[in-house]
Design a protein. Structure first.
Lengths: 495, 226
């Protein structure tokens, strides 16, 4: 066994209110510079919808992620040789138009305009060329537009549904949507790392954060097309790729990443997961429908003495092991099994998991009172958002995975309904628990973690042992006299 | 005197600049060691410029290099008329391709508002010298037959005399003006290399082919090193 630790996340989609506070926190901290205006390391999409960049999930077009070639795993973009052959022009690179051209307004015109009969206007200008532009898209352009026949109807996930299912989704008064916040998944089998010709992208051994070395990056842009989630971005003034850094400078001083800290709905959970790195390749080669379960299986139990012993042998610090035992992500993903990876069929083994949204699907109206439906488990199949759509997002098309999660989430609701409102009987709660295969304690634990926990329980940052990292590289006394990220020059091209 | 400066001194100046400044930039500003692609801002036209340009110029440059490094081999390669014609025609065709491709690239930089923003003065100097280089090259290939032959007896010994630090500028002094221009501009490009985006020619990522897909970097020594 080759045990590694990974700082991983869980986003609880039922709690996301789509306020974009996470995006703004991230933007203010990391991407408010020239050349990166269009980048949203954290963005919140409306699903069903086309997302950002447009139709990023359509891998026939974008060629991101991995595919199985016989018994081997190969980047969908092509082999290493083919990739080098296309180094002069990368045919799979999205352009700025796939995201949006950043713009601002000529606000000065409002105050500088000479007196006249007409109201002065502030014309939109491109932040790239400075010339007036017609704004055709922008950040969150399709926000809340899940009924639209431009955005929702062109969602690659929706396009895979049958005609009837699509009609059902877009029926008036039956329309449905949810929010999908996305950051870098810090994958175990990262496609961006694999695609980088310069070897500039790497995974940090201690915490699994995927970073781009800006000094080694030569701007070949292969990572941008290889990442199936389109979470590496090309800085058009610096000529370098940039991506979410999981706020590692904050993590290293024990602070939650900006998007986690600012989350209004408190949907974000962070913690350490232990996994067996020797199994990465085998797991990534499994069938689409097996991937979500196999990835869960890879995660090791931090309470198992054998795992603890192996982990210490593999160089994982005792403090980190302790943090792994308190990890909320371990509970969500492994113990409770209610969080699934986004698009596991891309085979990058993403380490950001989502609790799928329950949505208002299983309610019915009697005498003008909204009530939970009589039998949840038959109504699940008739859900307003087809299970097939959710399976396409979170389990590589495996509907059983999604059903298993929903049964547990429903059991939580019924039991809590029984406790707090009392209009559902204890027998019903018992029946729901039996079908879901969970006990009362687990339900209370899920309820607690989803609702009333403090930030210390939701975000369990392992000690990053920065002092050891410094000692490995330089004299600690010298380090004390310095500050910043160890860069002595501003990241700006001078040649 | 001018000839001596151009053909006997300038090549050394250019090479020194290329090596010294190139080295300095690599050591102290590795961040800037790239071509700074503009494909993200404009992709379609770039395809018709960049791809033909790079493949054609690589072939042409390797022919120049081959004739310089292995003149006797090159001579025997051109020994038969069939092979000579084939090589000359290929060379001219590739030269025409590079010229058209460079025009496409120049027009793209000039006409596309977004790409124009990320274009600096030195980019223009570089692109125009490259255009000049390929135009003079094609002109020489068409008007002065057979370049493949006389190159070995004039340019190759001149270059080797430079290598051996005893420059024999006579080889070039009596050449037509275009050939002189082609030679001097070539060294001008060498001099331009460390100051422009041309630095990307030495960042060919060949190591990619042999490295494993995944890269994991540890800052602590692990007890069981893999």
């Amino acid at each position: 066994m080759n045990i590694r630790a990974q700082v991983s996340s869980v986003f609880h989609l039922d709690k996301c209110i789509g306020c974009h506070t996470c995006s703004i926190a991230c933007k203010n901290l990391w991407t408010d510079r020239k050349g990166v205006e269009y980048m949203w390391w954290n963005n919140v999409e409306t699903k069903p919808g086309t997302g950002y960049p447009t139709q990023w999930e359509d891998q026939q077009h974008h060629q991101g992620g991995w595919q199985k070639k016989g018994n081997d795993l190969q980047l969908r973009m092509g082999s290493k040789g083919a990739s080098l052959g296309r180094i002069f022009h990368n045919p799979d690179l999205p352009t700025m138009d796939d995201y949006y051209e950043p713009f601002t307004f000529k606000y000065q015109d409002l105050t500088n305009a000479p007196a006249g009969d007409d109201q002065p206007t502030a014309r939109p200008v491109s932040m790239v060329s400075g010339k007036p532009i017609k704004i055709e898209s922008g950040p969150n352009w399709d926000d809340d537009l899940s009924g639209s026949n431009i955005y929702a109807a062109n969602d690659p996930g929706v396009l895979q549904l049958s005609e009837k299912e699509q009609q059902q989704m877009f029926a008036i008064e039956k329309m449905v949507m949810f929010y999908l916040p996305r950051i870098c998944n810090h994958c175990l089998n990262a496609a961006c790392v694999a695609a980088c010709p310069s070897g500039a992208i790497y995974k940090r051994g201690e915490d699994g954060i995927v970073l781009i070395n800006q000094d080694k990056c030569r701007g070949w842009r292969m990572c941008v097309s290889a990442c199936p989630y389109k979470k590496t971005y090309y800085g058009w003034t610096s000529g370098k790729s940039e991506k979410c850094i999981h706020c590692y400078p904050r993590l290293e001083v024990g602070e939650a990443p900006a998007c986690f800290h600012s989350c209004v709905g408190r949907i974000r959970y962070l913690g350490v997961l232990l996994y067996d790195a020797d199994r990465i390749e085998d797991v990534a080669k499994l069938e689409d429908t097996e991937l979500a379960a196999a990835q869960r299986d890879m995660i090791l139990d931090p309470f198992d003495p054998r795992v603890q012993e192996e982990a210490l042998k593999c160089g994982i610090a005792a403090e980190v092991l302790e943090a792994a035992q308190k990890s909320p992500t371990y509970k969500f993903v492994k113990e409770w099994g209610i969080a699934l990876p986004l698009h596991p069929e891309y085979r990058t083994l993403p380490m950001l998991f989502y609790v799928p949204p329950l949505l208002p699907v299983i309610s019915k109206e009697t005498l003008n009172v909204q009530k939970l439906a009589d039998d949840f488990f038959t109504s699940l199949e008739k859900a307003r958002l087809p299970l097939k759509y959710l399976a396409g997002l979170f389990s590589g098309g495996n509907e059983e995975e999604i059903k298993a999660v929903y049964r547990k989430l429903i059991a939580v609701r019924i039991q809590r309904r029984n406790t707090t409102v009392g209009d559902m009987s204890a027998e019903e709660a018992q029946k729901a628990r039996d079908i879901a295969g969970v006990d009362s304690d687990m339900i209370e634990a899920i309820f607690r973690m989803t609702t009333i926990t403090s930030i210390k329980e939701r975000i369990v940052i392992p000690p990053m042992l920065r002092e050891q990292a410094i000692e490995a590289g330089m004299d600690t006394e010298t380090y004390k006299q310095e500050m910043g990220f160890g860069k002595r020059q501003p990241p700006k091209r001078r040649w | 005197m001018m000839d001596l400066i151009l053909f006997g001194v300038f090549p050394y100046v250019a090479m020194t600049l290329a090596i010294a400044v190139g080295f300095y930039r690599y050591c102290f500003d590795r961040y800037s060691y790239s071509s700074q692609s503009s494909q993200f801002l404009e992709s379609r036209t770039l395809f018709w410029g960049s791809v033909p340009w790079h493949y054609a110029i690589l072939l042409i440059l390797s022919a120049h290099l081959l004739a310089f490094l292995f003149p006797s081999l090159w001579g025997s390669l051109l020994g038969a008329p069939g092979r000579l014609y084939l090589l000359e025609i290929t060379g001219i065709a590739l030269g025409v391709v590079t010229t058209i491709a460079m025009l496409v690239l120049l027009l793209r930089r000039a006409s596309n508002a977004r790409v124009n923003v990320v274009t600096t003065t030195i980019d223009w100097v570089l692109l125009i010298s490259l255009l000049l280089q390929v135009i003079t090259g094609v002109y020489i290939a068409i008007t002065m037959r057979w370049g493949g032959f006389w190159y070995v007896h004039t340019v190759t010994p001149w270059l080797w005399s430079l290598v051996s630090f005893s420059p024999k500028i006579d080889f070039l002094v009596n050449m037509p003006f275009v050939v002189k221009l082609h030679a001097v501009n070539a060294f001008f490009l060498v001099a331009l290399f460390p100051f422009s985006r041309l630095v990307h020619v030495v960042s060919i990522p060949l190591a990619y082919v042999t490295r494993p897909y995944q890269l994991v970097i540890w800052y602590r020594q692990r007890n069981n090193q893999l």
